[in-house]
Ligand binder design. Sequence first.
Ligand SMILES: *Cc1c(COP(=O)(O)O)cnc(C)c1O
Length: 359
Amino acid sequence: MTNSKIQVIRPDIRAMSAYRVAEVPPDFIKLDAMESPYDYPNELKAQLGQILADVPVRLYPHVSHCDLLPLLHQTQGIPETAAVALGNGSDELIEKLTLLVAKPDAKVLAATPSFVMYRVNAELFGMEFVGVPLRDDFTMNLDAMLAAVETHQPALVFIAYPNNPTGGRFAREKVEAIIQAASGLVVVDEAYGAFSSDTFLPQAGAVENLIVLRTMSKIGFAGLRIGYACGAAAVIDELKKIIAPYNMNQLSLAAAAFALNYTPFIAENISKLKAERERMRTALRSYPCVRDFASEANFLTIRVPDAQILFDCLYHHKILIKNLHGTHPLLNQCVRITIGLPEQNQAVLRVIDELYGKQ
Ligand SMILES: *Cc1c(COP(=O)(O)O)cnc(C)c1O
């Protein structure tokens, strides 16, 4: 079909493969996408239902008129001086921040392996993506990063803090050194900030080239699609120019504001997940053939003798995890397991014990 009229679609896009979202039957335990296992109790569900019933869905949303921005400032530790842009998930903000610098010769840089959307967006907007490999233990190779910053002069550097899919948090001093050395924007993506022992949020607004990205997805509200970028007004004002005027929706703005009015529910779940993460890590350490890596996120990345066999065994027990093997050379035989409810984590440990307990 060489004359097909859809040949007008960019060849590089036609050559891309779609981001695969795993689909499993509803009775599966889903530990592949860092979703929270905690649902609202019935009482809060009923209250949310009432609130959503009164949302004026016939009107376009006005972010500046809704309660969400002040609530984010009050509850999430965003400095008063930082400007904030809301996105339909932080995914949208990653896209728009990339578009913001998309000139023909501009480059985007990140330590790899990291969040795949950094590369996808850079290439979609016609820019070269420079990936600087982490060390074998998934720590950042600062010398290599600084050398790459010097050589490539990237317009945009992404640092996932903590990193996905490896789970660890890079040393703060290394990230500071990159923010200083960079000649362009540095996005510190704190999608897992709630599970981490450190944050760059206090610096948002005070450091000209720093943008701190946050999301409500990993703290229990992935379905709402609420992300936010915090930084200096000089940058955030430009970002807002290229975000569609009505990118957010009334229902999710109202649901997010409701969520932030009940922060004890969120805080309690985060602390349960962090405790479970440490319990899991300790348990996994008793298997000599399992290599565990430090995590400050709501998942653990481990290396096992055969990642596909572990994936298949868990799948057989109706547990879905993420097999990272083959996605990056450093992730050889690695899998990523989202922390779930204690009994779900226990189910994972039972399968691991069946496989590796007698070795
Ligand atoms: C999950 C994730 C995101 C995307 O979050 P959304 O707000 O759901 O779009 C961004 N960055 C990293 C590193 C993530 O792991």
